[in-house]
Design a protein. Structure first.
Length: 419
């Protein structure tokens, strides 16, 4: 069984480069299904979720080539199979993002209900409501969902919640629909903007991405393109907290500072210094942290994907902090594991009350989801002695060379295999 072994760290220092964004790369890979011409995508992170989506694309009939390192090309001209394989689709929630492109290009698609992190019930009703608004017929049974629509028709639709995945799926479908679509209360995350920029580079006509109203004028076809994915703001935020929790001094290269504003504001409020530059961000911390109140919200609010890591930091702060999780209903599973390491955390519904403690202690803990894994690793850097984290397959879904990057900054962290 693979585990991550982390030892109490002296202050992290040095520089690392942030990888491409997982959550931008996944919808962009799915969007490559919209064209019969090849697309070339650079800055793709080397992660297991990306590999699974590439396997799904290959099963559908795409040719996926790794051009070495972080560049992929996808040729979807020969797609024949419109049924996503059950075993693969069940592994990652982002598999559901092939629905919009396949429906728009071929008029039908069938796939298993998606998998992903165990952080909540994660329904797909908003995706389905959006497809129905564009004219799709929906049938469901035996673990599969099937969509049919000989032609999609542009429509005005209002998302009950600004779901990232639903906005992406409907945005992709609307690019090839007849007429104009207006997506209201749409998600405004940087990954939505990156997807819209990718689609526009293929010839789509989209305005308003990054606001709550997106307008799409359908076009008859989309062409090939050459595109570079944005940096991963969650990976960057996680290393900002790794720096802060060890009272270190680290520069992160290849970031977009605007995407990190909500995290930067909270790290500064806690007492660390943050210096931003064109494409880099430097975090320095040398004194104890203040307690904070945080509420997770859709962008530009504080990201739910940074909540667990921030909880690790606040476990070591002076005073009592409160975190309210408004996006997912079951995203505090890391709290029990942090408590095992000496943190003082009480959970009441969607609120966590964290009383800062002077000393965390290394323990055997288990990552229950992707960001929980990162949170425990960050706590392990601050804890006395050794921490071993199991359930590490979650962590490698979202962090490329996590142990190696930590070692570059001076940490003692390595993946080990226990029999
Ligand atoms: C994406 C990110 C994930 C991040 C999340 C919120 C990817 C691959 N994943 O996930 O890392 O934590 O955004 O920023 O990009 N919901 C419904 N019905 C739906 C869809 C969503 O009720 O049809 C609910 C979800 O259960 C959840 C909330 O809306 O409570 C937010 O989900 P959503 O924004 O869709 O997240 P994902 O796209 O799944």
């Amino acid at each position: 069984m693979k585990q991550l072994l982390i030892r109490h760290s002296s202050p992290l220092c040095g520089e690392i480069c942030i990888s491409g964004s997982k959550n931008a790369a996944l919808p962009i890979l799915a969007a490559s299904l919209l064209s019969t011409e090849p697309v070339r995508i650079a800055n793709i992170p080397n992660l297991s979720d990306i590999k699974i989506l590439c396997e799904i694309l290959t099963c559908l009939g795409c040719t996926v080539n790794t051009k070495g390192g972080h560049v992929l090309s996808v040729d979807a001209s020969q797609v024949k199979n419109l049924i996503a394989p059950y075993d693969l689709a069940g592994k990652i929630r982002a598999s559901f993002l092939i629905m919009g492109p396949l429906l728009a290009r071929f008029g039908k698609v069938r796939m298993a209900l998606p998998g992903g992190c165990p952080i909540g019930s994660r329904p797909v009703n908003l995706h389905l409501k959006g497809f129905a608004a564009l004219g799709a017929e929906i049938s469901q049974g035996y673990g599969y969902i099937e969509l049919r629509a000989p032609r999609l028709t542009g429509a005005r639709l209002y998302f009950d919640f600004p779901s990232v995945g639903a906005t992406e799926n409907i945005l992709m479908a609307a690019t090839l629909a007849d007429g104009v679509s207006i997506l209201e209360n749409a998600a405004a995350e940087p990954e939505i903007v990156d997807l819209a920029n990718f689609l526009c580079s293929m010839g789509a006509s989209i305005s308003g991405a990054g606001t709550d109203t997106i307008r799409v004028q359908g076009v008859p076809y989309l062409c090939g393109t050459d595109y570079t994915i944005i940096p991963d703001r969650i990976e960057a935020g996680s290393f900002m907290i790794a720096t802060a929790i060890t009272r270190g001094d680290v520069t992160l290269r290849g970031v977009i500072c605007d995407h990190l504003k909500p995290v930067t504001a909270k790290i500064q409020e806690a007492g660390a210094k943050v210096f931003t530059n064109d494409e880099s961000i430097r975090v320095c911390a040398d004194s104890p942290f203040h307690s904070l109140d945080i509420k997770t919200l859709p962008f530009p609010g504080f990201p739910t994907d940074m909540q667990a890591q921030m909880m690790a930091l606040l476990s070591t702060a002076n005073g009592t902090s409160i975190i309210t999780e408004t996006i997912f209903e079951n995203r505090f599973m890391h709290a029990a594991e942090l408590t095992r390491m000496g943190a003082d955390i009480q959970i009441e519904g969607r609120t966590a009350v964290i009383k800062g403690t002077k000393r965390l202690t290394g323990s055997r803990v288990c990552a229950t989801d992707l960001r929980a894994g990162a949170s425990l690793a960050l706590a392990g850097l601050a804890a006395d002695g050794y921490t071993t984290i199991s359930g590490i397959h979650h962590l490698v879904r979202g962090y490329e060379n996590f142990d190696q990057k930590l070692r570059t900054l001076g940490a003692d962290a390595e993946f080990i295999t226990l029999s």
